[in-house]
Write a protein of this length. Structure first.
Length: 121
């Protein structure tokens, strides 16, 4: 009753259907894009946090001591400097990771070239 030719055609049809489904499947999200956005937000938050802490400390000291604008301005500027310093440290950290990744990719490509040369290709 089972026709082997029919089973073979059904298997080929299933393979074609699966291939078309895979072709139309949505592409996965790029993790690199999201990680870059996360790094940018991290740097912005570090800057704003430095400003906020400096503003809060300066306002608190001015309120307690009765010298309203002096410590507010001073600590806000110190908070800005601290935020920028922290932001720059994060940027250097990101740059180091990026350079290490590029170096490892270059080394891998170089090793692949050496293997092809040794094999006579």
């Amino acid at each position: 009753m089972d026709d082997p030719d029919r089973n073979k055609r059904l298997a080929q049809l299933e393979d074609r259907i699966n291939a078309l489904k895979e072709k139309d499947a949505p592409a996965p999200h790029m993790d690199n894009h999201y990680s870059q956005a996360q790094l940018a937000w991290r740097m912005v938050i570090e800057l704003v946090a430095g400003l906020g802490i400096g503003f809060g400390l300066g306002y608190g000291l001015d309120y307690v001591l009765g010298t309203l604008p002096i410590f507010l301005i001073l600590f806000t500027l110190l908070g800005l400097a601290a935020g920028i310093k922290t932001m720059m440290r994060s940027a250097n950290e990101i740059q180091q990771k990026h350079m290490m990744a590029e170096t490892s990719e270059t080394e891998a490509a170089r090793r692949g070239g050496e293997k092809r040369t040794q094999n006579g290709e």
